[in-house]
Design a protein. Structure first.
Length: 141
């Protein structure tokens, strides 16, 4: 993919500051899961070619959690399309969506349960949903 120059120095600085790991949404969710007595591993590469890393993993229950940012993954509720470099961003976000779908298919084919959480979701509600899936998966093992 050819490199597109940033629309401005300010935009470049802002995008460089966006965290990929340990986001506020991810930290809130982890806190809720831990409070429920669930123990997990963090940032685990589950696929090697191509490399795909889950944010939170329950290995014994084979549950992989991805906490997706609304902008970067094209949330149907909160996604927005930038006006500057519009085609670049549309291509980038659509590629992220396609990669997410490919990751889900590959993991599910390998026996994993994939759970995607939007960063805007209430951490307590998301943790409740995940807890049910993890505990059900642990009973089946």
């Amino acid at each position: 993919m050819s490199r597109v120059p940033p629309s401005s120095h300010e935009a470049s600085r802002r995008m460089a500051g966006v965290r990929q790991r340990d986001t506020d949404a991810e930290l809130s969710l982890r806190k809720e899961l831990h409070a429920r007595g669930l123990r997990y591993r963090l940032h685990v590469p589950l696929l090697t070619t191509p490399r795909r890393v889950a944010d939170i993993v329950f290995s014994s229950a084979r549950v992989a959690i991805f906490v997706d940012g609304c902008f970067w993954h094209g949330c149907p509720e909160h996604a927005s399309w930038p006006k500057s470099n519009a085609q670049f961003w549309r291509n980038k976000i659509e590629a992220n969506r396609a990669r997410d779908a490919d990751t889900d298919r590959r993991l599910e084919a390998s026996g994993w349960r994939v759970v995607r959480i939007w960063s805007h979701e209430n951490a307590s509600h998301a943790a409740e949903r995940i807890e049910g899936i993890v505990r059900a998966g642990a009973r089946q093992s």
